[in-house]
Structure formats: C-alpha cells, structure tokens
Write a protein that binds this ligand. Structure first.
Ligand SMILES: Nc1ncnc2c1ncn2[C@@H]1O[C@H](COP(=O)(O)OP(=O)(O)OP(=O)(O)O)[C@@H](O)[C@H]1O
Ligand SMILES: [Mg+2]
Length: 410
C-alpha cells in the first residue's frame, strides 16, 4: 500500500473553490478527493467531496528515479529481462497493468507494476492469490521487483466485467453465471478467514475461455476474531454500515457482490451520485433506482434476490457467499432477453431467444411528445407480432415493459 494520503495541493478552479485534499506521496495518481465550497471557505460551510479521475503528475522532480522509470514504460520494453511489454491495460489505485509476454515461459500475462515500493504489500497479495488458487480466482504466476519497483505477474484475463456491462447490461443468465462463479471464489476466500473488501465489476475478470474469475486481492484483509476488518474499497460498492464507522464483514462483501450483480444486469452502478456526501446518504438510506426500472427484462425473482443482497440491514442479507450462490440457482427462464444495440428510431431494444421464435422488443418514441410505443417483432419474419399498447406515458414505460417481459418470458 502506498503511504498515508497527505494534503498536498490547494488550488482554485474557475467554477468553484477546489481543494485537492488527498494524494499519495511521490505519485499523485489515485482517486483524488476534491472539496467544493459554495461560499468562501469557512468551518461552517457544508462541503461535498467528489471523486475525480486519475491525474498523473509524476515528473523527475516529484518521483524517485525508479518510479520515474516505471512511469515511462513504453510498449516493446523488457521488464526484469523477462517480460516484453505489449500494451497498457489500465491504471488502478495501486499500479499500472500491462499485457506482456513472459519470454521465459512463452505465454502472455498481465503484469501489474506497483506505484509504491512497499514490497511486503505486493508479496502479501501474491501469497493470498497462491493460497486461494482455484478455478474461480485469477491465478498468480510470479512476484518480483525491478529497480525496487515490485510487480505481480498474473494470468491474463480477456477483460474485466466493467468493460462488458455497459451500456445496457449483460443478459441475465450470463450475469448470474459470472456472479455465481465469483461467489465460489469468495466463499473460498471467506473460508480462509479473508475478506476481499473491493468486489466490483472492475475486479471480476473473464478468463480467455469465457469464465468469470474473482481477482484483485490488493486490499484483502484477514478477519479479526469477530469476523471483521477495517472498512475499505471503492465507496460506490461499500456497504451502508461501513459509512457509519462499521467494519468490513462477510455480509459487506456480499453487499458489494450484490451491487456488482445489479451493475452487470443494469449496465450501471446503482449509486452514481457525483458528490460523495450524496452518494453516502443514498447508500445509507438504500435509495437506488429499482433494478427492473432500468432493466425491465430482468425477472422479478432475480431482482428480489439482488435487493436482498443489498439490504441496508446486514442481517437481512445472505449469511454467506454459498447461500447467495444457492439462491441464484434459479430455474433458467423459458425465453431469455438480452439488451441489444438500438437501431433506427429505437430508444431501447431487447432480443429474445427461446420457445422457437426469436423476438425483438423495441421502445420507440410516439408521434406525441413524451409518449412511447412498445412493439415486438419476429426476427426471422420481420413482422410485428404484437403491439403491446398504444401511446404510453414516460412514467408508465418501466411498468409496461416489466409486464410485457413477464408475459413473453414463459
Ligand atoms: N489480469 C488481468 N488481465 C487483464 N486485465 C487486467 C488484469 N488485471 C487488471 N486488468 C485491467 O487493468 C486495469 C487496472 O486494474 P487495477 O486492478 O490496477 O485497477 P482497478 O480495478 O480499475 O481499480 P482498483 O485499483 O481500485 O482495483 C483494469 O482496467 C483491469 O481491467
Ligand atoms: Mg482492480
């Protein structure tokens, strides 16, 4: 882990008084908290914080030579005389991940080059991954350091799930399959007295073979004797009790996995508030858009299971990853609906397969303002099979769509 965050910058922006309240020593690359104050700064002025994208400010003046060398990695370079860098896959809080060729073993890997020089943290993550080795957890191959910069060599995934869920979400049967596999990895993790603490779509991966894997144990923590650990992880997936000073537990990991399933089904996180204070208030009140308002093709039973996992009261959630996994073992719907890319004047579209007739359900604007039409067309014949209703008002569209999918599913 990098050193403790420190207050390093204080600057003005054109729109508001902006204070960059946190960064990490050496690298200012993590999520930076920006404090806005409407009026001149005073202790009584309410302030809100916002998470802003990563900012890269490493220069020869602000970084050690080793860090600077790391930051200037280019495709084609050789790391540790072994890893041939191909392309950057992304940058997270603790490191930069590259697709690389392991020239010793002759296969492609994901190489995570850490921003910090704290090797023990990197070796710890490697130990955890080695101990939890299973078909449901991203495999670690090697952990080493070059120029004091630690790195982790792990299996190369096809992608992380945040990359496949946008903009309309994943077909429900597939989303459930991904989460059930990740839950089996999480169950193993919990049985080893570890809490993952950072479950989110970006930390679930798809193997090259297409199976979901739980990954990124960078901030995993050992449970204390009461089954708790310090709160941590992305604030968009942190359980409500963690915002009130509570610790991470098995049930808070389950909450994060439920938020992940919501996001995979809906194509967006349940809490998207721009300001941290608003986000925390919504999380604590359990106020988020109903899953079936955003993804009406999701069955009621599944939506209820996600809602249970996201209960504000930890005791109303599933007690274990295994219990959540079992709850998700629902019968497969007779007809499956997948959100589809829109075409022509469609505002939303779904393709339905099963029961011998492939369908396309479309939501279109009507000729009247703020009114819509919903129709279902046979894919092969391109003939309108059903016009479900005449013009409907905007606010009635989610309810109508839910009913239509419930009718078409069986
Ligand atoms: N083994 C891997 N195979 C393929 N892509 C990976 C692998 N590990 C990480 N990535 C990609 O690299 C990027 C950075 O990952 P990283 O875990 O460092 O950050 P993050 O998950 O976005 O945020 P956080 O630091 O909070 O975990 C992500 O976009 C992820 O998809
Ligand atoms: Mg990650």
């Amino acid at each position: 882990m990098p050193g403790k965050p420190t207050n390093v910058l204080d600057s003005q922006s054109c729109a508001s008084r902006v204070r960059v309240a946190r960064s990490w020593p050496g690298f200012k690359m993590c999520s930076i908290r920006v404090t806005y104050s409407e009026v001149a700064e005073s202790t009584t002025t309410p302030t809100t914080t916002r998470l802003v994208p990563l900012v890269r400010t490493c220069s020869p003046r602000t970084c050690t030579p080793a860090e600077y060398k790391l930051m200037r990695r280019r495709p084609g370079e050789l790391v540790a005389n072994r890893y041939h860098l191909r392309r950057p896959l992304g940058t997270g809080t603790y490191g930069e991940v590259w697709e690389a060729r392991d020239t010793h073993l002759g296969h492609d890997v994901a190489l995570k080059l850490m921003h910090h020089q704290d090797k023990s943290t990197t070796w710890r993550e490697a130990h955890l991954l080695t101990a939890l080795r299973s078909e449901h957890i991203l495999e670690v191959h090697n952990a080493d350091a070059e120029f004091d910069v630690p790195y982790l060599d792990t299996a190369l995934a096809a992608c992380s799930l945040d990359a496949v869920m946008a903009p309309y979400g994943i077909e429900p049967t597939r989303a459930v399959d991904y989460v059930r596999r990740a839950l089996r990895g999480l169950e193993l993790c919990h049985r080893s007295q570890l809490l993952h603490r950072d479950i989110k779509p970006a930390n679930l991966f798809l193997s090259i073979g297409g199976d979901a894997l739980l990954g990124d144990f960078g901030i995993a923590s050992v449970m204390d004797s009461n089954g708790f650990a310090e709160a941590g992880g992305d604030i968009r997936i942190r359980a409500p009790e963690l915002h009130g000073g509570g610790g991470t537990s098995i049930r808070s990991d389950i909450y994060s996995m439920s938020v992940t399933l919501y996001a995979l089904l809906a194509g967006r996180m349940p809490f998207g508030q721009q300001y941290e204070a608003d986000l925390i208030a919504a999380v604590q009140a359990g106020q988020y858009p109903h899953l079936r308002d955003i993804a009406p093709h999701v069955g009621r039973a599944l939506a209820d299971k996600v809602r249970k996992g996201m209960s504000v009261d930890p005791h109303s959630r599933y007690a274990s990853a295994g219990e959540f996994d079992n709850a998700l073992a629902i019968p497969v719907d007779a007809r499956k609906f997948t959100p589809a890319a829109v075409d022509g004047d469609e505002l939303r579209a779904w393709s339905g397969t099963g029961k011998g007739v492939d369908l396309r359900v479309s939501l279109r604007p009507s000729s009247r303002p703020r009114q819509y039409r919903i129709d279902t067309v046979g894919v092969r014949t391109n003939r309108r099979l059903l016009e479900h209703c005449g013009d409907i008002r905007e606010r009635d569209a989610p309810t109508r769509l839910r009913r239509i999918f419930d009718g078409l599913r069986h």
